[in-house]
Design a protein around this ligand. Structure first.
Ligand SMILES: *[C@@H]1O[C@H](CO)[C@@H](O)[C@H](O)[C@H]1NC(C)=O
Ligand SMILES: *[C@@H]1O[C@H](CO)[C@@H](O)[C@H](O)[C@H]1NC(C)=O
Ligand SMILES: *[C@@H]1O[C@H](CO)[C@@H](O)[C@H](O)[C@H]1NC(C)=O
Ligand SMILES: *[C@@H]1O[C@H](CO)[C@@H](O)[C@H](O)[C@H]1NC(C)=O
Length: 315
């Protein structure tokens, strides 16, 4: 009892001390945090194309997370950002437990912010038709396992299925931003990309850690563990993108682990533990689930929008 009381007193005093520091900070933010004045051009034509390409993925994430968390999408939550785009095919509210629900609600609102920032900086492309129906995810899982899962995989059935399906999505944004970065010239474009990349990487890390905690559990009613699902999905994406290994599951052969010393792989990265980079073509081959940037399908039955994606579709 006495020890407990002491601990509480110490914690309370620390709290008071830190609070005093907070209250002390009454200066104007501008005194210590002047705005940054970057040099050079704010935005080039190429920057706009690359960031507008990324909007395809941000739209996908926004609709997938908004529907998963709330059962409604951009049309309801941010009609101006929806741009009059068609409602996504097969979207629905996921059956999520309390923790997962909170995580996905936050991701969903983050995606709305991303679209707003993209709109301010480069303008929005029309939202493409998205197919986030259970059938799309079931097809991906069947291809990943190379046989028909029975019953078909349903991303919206429960929290673990939803997080496994989520494993597929922000990672594409992450590797796409890493790939686009070296082609950007304008400071506005770089500032936005770094900020988007930070949050996409964070979402991916949250999803992967969540799955890692459950890595050895079987995904009911299949005889496959959570880890196996991640490994199979990553392998499928490497095949579809046709550019070697740039995607790794939660466990890897030692040669692919950090410093070739471990098989545990909470994060997917190369042999210098640097995030992998993908080109728009590699991303399209994957998200179309066709292995070909000229053959739409998967999440984008009519193809992605913007100059970069359309050049492979409009002849
Ligand atoms: C999108 O950008 C346009 C042009 O800057 C602006 O008029 C519009 O209000 C923006 N929409 C949203 C939802 O921010
Ligand atoms: C489930 O998978 C394990 C490991 O791959 C295997 O040993 C076992 O026989 C499988 N069980 C069924 C019922 O298929
Ligand atoms: C890392 O991979 C690159 C490209 O595959 C290769 O050139 C390099 O030698 C590798 N570095 C180490 C330390 O294995
Ligand atoms: C991709 O699809 C296009 C259009 O059908 C075709 O012309 C091209 O050969 C395909 N590319 C590959 C590498 O299969």
């Amino acid at each position: 009892m006495a020890i407990h009381f002491q601990t509480h007193m110490i914690l309370f005093m620390i709290f008071l001390m830190s609070c005093k520091l907070c209250i002390g900070t009454t200066y104007q933010p501008s005194e210590l945090c002047p705005p940054m004045y970057p040099v050079g051009v704010p935005l080039t034509k190429m920057d706009i194309d690359l960031l507008q390409f990324a909007e395809n993925l941000e739209y996908l994430e926004a609709e997938y997370f908004l529907y998963g968390a709330f059962g409604a999408g951009l049309e309801e939550f941010a009609p101006q950002l929806n741009n009059g785009g068609p409602p996504p095919i097969g979207a629905r509210k996921a059956n999520l437990d309390f923790l997962t629900q909170r995580i996905i609600e936050e991701f969903a609102f983050q995606e709305v912010g991303h679209l707003r920032a993209l709109n301010y900086t480069v303008g929005l492309i029309p939202k493409p038709l998205l197919d986030i129906s259970p059938e799309t995810f079931a097809t991906i899982m069947n291809e990943a396992f190379e046989y028909e899962l029975d019953p078909p995989f349903d991303p919206y059935a429960n929290s673990i299925n939803y997080m496994l399906a989520s494993y597929i999505i922000p990672y594409e944004g992450l590797v796409g931003y890493v790939g686009a970065n070296q082609f950007l010239q304008g400071y506005k474009a770089k500032r936005l990309l770094a900020g988007l990349l930070g949050v996409e990487a964070g979402q991916d890390a949250v999803i992967r850690t969540y799955l890692y905690e459950r890595a050895e559990e079987l995904v009911y009613p299949y005889n496959h563990t959570v880890a196996e699902f991640t490994i199979r999905i990553s392998e499928l994406r490497n095949v579809l993108a046709r550019c070697g290994i740039k995607d790794e599951g939660l466990f890897v052969p030692r040669e692919l682990g950090a410093e070739m010393r471990i098989t545990s792989n909470v994060l997917s990265a190369n042999n210098e533990s640097i995030s992998y980079a993908r080109t728009p073509e590699e991303i399209l081959r994957t998200v179309y689930n066709s292995g070909n940037e000229s053959i739409p399908g998967g999440f984008y039955p009519e193809g992605a929008n913007g100059r970069i994606a359309r050049q492979y579709l409009d002849y």
